[in-house]
Ligand binder design. Structure first.
Ligand code: DX5
Ligand code: ZN
Length: 224
């Protein structure tokens, strides 16, 4: 199965939000990645449910909400109401991860768990069966436009091996500093969803940037 591309709206021009979402709608993107930051779990505030509702109402792609907030259980219902199709919470932001995951699944949407760069995969080993997605942060969350942390590649490999050994099908999404310069390596390591903020929205031709990310690896495959 081919990999998926999730442009991150955080890097968009918010004065032109509707147009930016239309660009994503017209592109080969699979998801629209939506970063919610609370200024407590991460050192930055982005936007809340109301903006997510506007974004989701215009978006024709799957709305992939990444909650970088403390106490996520309190808010999952309202992000579901706002139009989220996938909700990911941070393992570091909840005391009862299993309960938090089921709080999302019971709403009828896909549940993801995100891990900060320093958090080991072992923390989610006992809930992997319950997950639709694992988000491996390849930057310290809070800001767009940061440099990819290369240690993430070995984490991707480890998680991808676990997925194969256990015969599971959760998605592995990589978030932070992803662009054409490193996407091939990330995919080879076993990831299948690429979040791309700056490398899409800050490029001269965002639609073309999405196409290039989406078509990576296709030539090699068609040689066989
Ligand atoms: C970082 C966010 C990312 C961010 C990625 O805290 O979770 O989704 O938007 O942006 P780039 O691709 O610019 O690193
Ligand atoms: Zn994100």
């Amino acid at each position: 199965m081919s990999h998926k591309i999730a442009p991150s709206i955080l890097a968009a021009n918010f004065l032109e939000l509707g147009k930016e979402i239309d660009m994503v709608n017209a592109s080969q993107a699979d998801y629209l990645h939506v970063d919610v930051m609370d200024g407590a779990f991460v050192p930055n505030i982005s936007f809340g449910q109301n903006i997510v509702k506007f974004i989701a109402s215009r978006c024709e792609k799957i709305v992939d909400v990444h909650l970088m907030i403390n106490d996520p259980d309190k808010y999952v219902q309202s992000f579901f109401d706002a139009g989220a199709n996938i909700i990911s919470i941070h393992a570091e932001a909840t005391n009862h991860l299993h309960r938090s995951i089921y709080g999302i699944k019971e709403l009828g949407v896909k549940a993801g768990v995100a891990l900060n760069p320093h958090t080991p995969i072992s923390i989610i080993e006992n809930v992997l069966e319950d997950l639709d997605m694992v988000v491996l942060m390849s930057v310290n969350p809070g800001f767009g436009g940061q440099k990819f942390i290369y240690n993430t590649l070995s984490k991707i490999q480890k998680l991808s091996e676990l997925r194969t050994i256990r015969n599971l099908d959760f998605e592995i999404e990589i978030d932070g500093g992803v662009g054409l310069q490193n996407a091939e390596k990330i995919l080879q390591a076993g990831a299948n969803v690429l979040v791309a903020g700056s490398s899409v929205f800050k490029s001269d031709d965002p639609i073309q940037s999405i196409t290039k990310l989406k078509e990576l690896g296709i030539e090699q495959l068609s040689e066989f």
